[in-house]
Design a protein around this ligand. Structure first.
Ligand code: CO
Length: 299
C-alpha cells in the first residue's frame, strides 16, 4: 500500500527563491557580501547568516574583526585564500590558512577576535552562522581548527571535485565523511567545483532545509526541463525533495557551496552577535556581557 504523506515526498529540489548578496561591512570595517542574514527574515533554518569576503585590496580587510562576543550559535569560517589569526578570551589561538576551516561553537559565550596575518594579497572566504537548539545554547564554548589536509576532496565522476567540510558526501554509493559530524542540525557543507558541461547530484533528507551559494560562475538548479539559473554571489534556497541536482550553467568553471541541515523550528530572537529563543534571554546575554559573566568559564 503506497504511503503518501509529507515525509515521503520524493523528488529533485527546485530553486524556490534567491537571496542576492548585498555589500556591507562588519568588524572594524571589513568589506563583505551578505546573503542570508542581510535582514532577519532572510534565514534558512538552521542557517542564520552567510558572509562572503573577497578582496585583494588590504584596505578592505586589514582592520579585521577585533574582540567581540557571541552567544547561542556556531560560527564557521572557511578560508579560500589568505591567513587570519583567531584568539579568544580562554586563551585559545588558531591560525586560519587557505583551505582551512574554523568551526566555533559559541554556546553560552565567547569573546574572540579574527585578525588578518597578511598585509597584502588576496583574502577570500566565508563565514556561516548555524543556530544551536535551545537545549545547547548555554553549553560551554568550543572550537575546532580544521587544517586543509583534514578536509577530504573527492573527484566527481562527471568531472569536477567536492570538498567535504561537514556531513557525508555520497557519490556512486561511496561515502566520504567530512571532519564535522553528529551535530544536532546534522549539516552538510560541501564546496563543489564543476567544469563546463558537468552536473552534480546529491541526496538530502526531505525534511532538511538546503541552499546553494555560487561564488564563481553560474548554476542551473533542478530538473533540466525546469532548471532555473543561480548567478554568482547569490544564495539559492531549495524546495522540498530528497535530491539536489545542479549543472554548470555557464561556459567556464562553476564553484558553489552546498549547505543543508535539520531545521530547529524554534523561535529566534537575535540582537547582533547574540541569538537566543526569547527576549528575556537576549536581555540576560547583554547583562552577562556587560558584567563580564559571559566570559566566566564554567568548569
Ligand atoms: Co565572531
Amino acid at each position: 500500500m503506497p504511503v503518501l504523506n509529507k515525509e515521503r515526498i520524493m523528488g529533485i529540489r527546485a530553486l524556490e527563491s534567491v537571496i542576492e548578496s548585498v555589500a556591507t561591512s562588519d568588524g572594524a570595517g571589513v568589506k563583505l557580501r551578505r546573503s542570508l542574514g542581510a535582514s532577519q527574515a532572510l534565514r534558512v533554518d538552521p542557517f542564520l547568516m552567510l558572509d562572503e569576503f573577497s578582496s585583494d585590496n588590504p584596505d578592505d580587510y586589514i582592520a579585521g574583526f577585533p574582540p567581540h562576543p557571541h552567544r547561542g550559535f556556531e560560527t564557521v569560517t572557511y578560508m579560500l585564500e589568505g591567513h587570519m589569526r583567531h584568539e579568544d578570551h580562554l586563551g585559545h589561538r588558531g591560525e586560519l590558512r587557505s583551505g582551512g576551516v574554523q568551526w566555533m561553537t559559541a554556546g553560552r559565550g565567547i569573546i574572540h577576535s579574527e585578525m588578518p596575518r597578511q598585509e597584502q594579497g588576496r583574502m577570500r572566504g566565508f563565514q556561516l552562522w548555524i543556530n544551536l537548539p535551545a537545549r545547547e545554547k548555554m553549553k560551554p564554548p568550543a572550537y575546532r581548527d580544521i587544517p586543509p589536509e583534514e578536509i577530504p576532496e573527492i573527484r566527481l565522476p562527471g568531472g569536477g571535485r567536492a570538498k567535504v567540510i561537514a556531513g557525508t558526501l555520497v557519490v556512486n554509493r561511496e561515502s566520504t565523511p567530512g571532519p564535522v559530524r553528529e551535530l544536532a542540525t546534522d549539516p552538510l557543507y560541501f564546496d563543489v567545483t564543476l567544469p563546463a558541461g558537468a552536473s552534480f547530484s546529491h541526496p538530502v533528507p526531505n525534511d532538511h532545509n538546503a541552499f546553494l551559494y555560487a561564488h564563481e560562475g553560474e548554476l542551473k538548479v533542478g530538473e533540466a526541463a525546469a532548471a532555473r539559473t543561480l548567478r554568482a554571489h547569490s544564495a539559492g534556497v531549495l524546495s522540498d525533495g530528497d535530491e539536489i541536482l545542479v549543472a554548470n550553467g555557464g561556459p567556464g568553471e562553476v564553484r558553489f557551496l552546498l549547505l543543508a541541515g535539520r531545521p530547529l523550528r524554534e523561535p529566534i530572537v537575535q540582537y547582533g552577535p547574540f541569538v537566543m529563543n526569547t527576549r528575556e534571554e537576549i536581555e540576560q546575554a547583554i547583562r552577562d556581557y556587560q558584567s563580564g559573566e559571559i566570559t566566566r568559564t564554567a568548569v
